[in-house]
Design a protein around this ligand. Sequence first.
Ligand SMILES: Nc1ncnc2c1ncn2[C@@H]1O[C@H](COP(=O)(O)OP(=O)(O)O)[C@@H](O)[C@H]1O
Ligand SMILES: [Mg+2]
Length: 385
Amino acid sequence: MHIFPVASGKGGVGKSLFTANLGIALGQAGKKVILADLDLGASNLHLLLGERRPGRGIGYFLNESRTQLVDYVQPTQYKNVSYIPGDSEIPGMANLSAAQKRRLMKSLSNLDTEYLLLDLGAGTSFHTIDFFLMSGAGTLVTTPTPTAIVNGYVFIKTAIFRLLHTACKKGSPGEKILKLLEKESSNFQRLYILDLLKEILRADPDSYERFQALSKRFRPRLVLNMLENPKDADRAYKLRRSCQQYLGLDLDHFGIMYRDELQDTALTSGLPIVVYKPKSVLSQAIYRIADKFIQFELEYEGEDENLVKDTDFGDDSFEAADLEAQLDYESKIEYLEELLHTGALTLGDVMETLKTQQFEVQKLKQENTLLKKKLVEAIERGYLG
Ligand SMILES: Nc1ncnc2c1ncn2[C@@H]1O[C@H](COP(=O)(O)OP(=O)(O)O)[C@@H](O)[C@H]1O
Ligand SMILES: [Mg+2]
């Protein structure tokens, strides 16, 4: 089975539109496809599929430990395509426990299908990153706006950092370096992944090698959506260059999709755009990307795309939330500075990005405090330890 997670640094960039229509295009090409809505708390994949009443889905599965994920797979009207609804009634992905996450990952991996597309929530929460890393061939969707590009970059950076954490096993010298970094927040602010890697190579060649093996199979795909004019496509180039230069990573450019007014009518008619108007500019772009998915599958024949298994992640997500908020913030500033120097950003863009960013950090910190409180309560009541 091929797992294809779809993620974005920022919401509203077209992940669900892309996932739904890509799935249908792959189904039309004869592939058996399951779409899973993992944007818990803000699920809308069903709407883009034209399903008004989604029924029980992942939220329900998570709270009902006796049920199986396969019980929630529902057929769609489209050939070869089924889907698992999300749940907008339960709080987002950030509140999953480590055990719930592992159970969900394992169940997803055990589904019987050729293609499994995961529609993930926006942002760099730990769980979202972990689902993205289930495969080395995840897709990052972004629009050309500076805020979306910066958030996309930070998403990739956070994913690489997560791989590094996974590569440095408990008690290894590499892990000590990472721990130290977390303690000294002043170092953390100037964290360049490439310098950090050099340090880890010196102190801990084993962990370094593990990281190299993982990152070699980490080949995220980039899709640029809602272009207004051809010049917007340059943003994809800038993002790829930044990833090469600062993260040592090549993004595969999978295609661009223009903003298409027909999509609004498609949505209100309750039809996916590739069904409503297969000849439209947007549908044609999606078909091209679907072809590329199939073509890449042939090229990678025999290679293991699955990157990180459910059991590879430790239970460190709880402690890491604070760290992540900080990493997120600092790397955005750092990348913003870079963009400012190249003249790609105006001061207005920077202000807007900083404002949304500060809000997000605030939110993450609040979530973390809430989780800590819950944990303390649980210990006091004798549920744990
Ligand atoms: N290329 C496009 N042209 C026109 N509208 C689009 C395009 N891509 C996405 N949209 C619209 O933008 C909105 C957000 O898209 P959605 O897929 O829900 O984003 P996300 O899942 O990333 O939050 C939806 O109303 C969708 O129909
Ligand atoms: Mg969505």
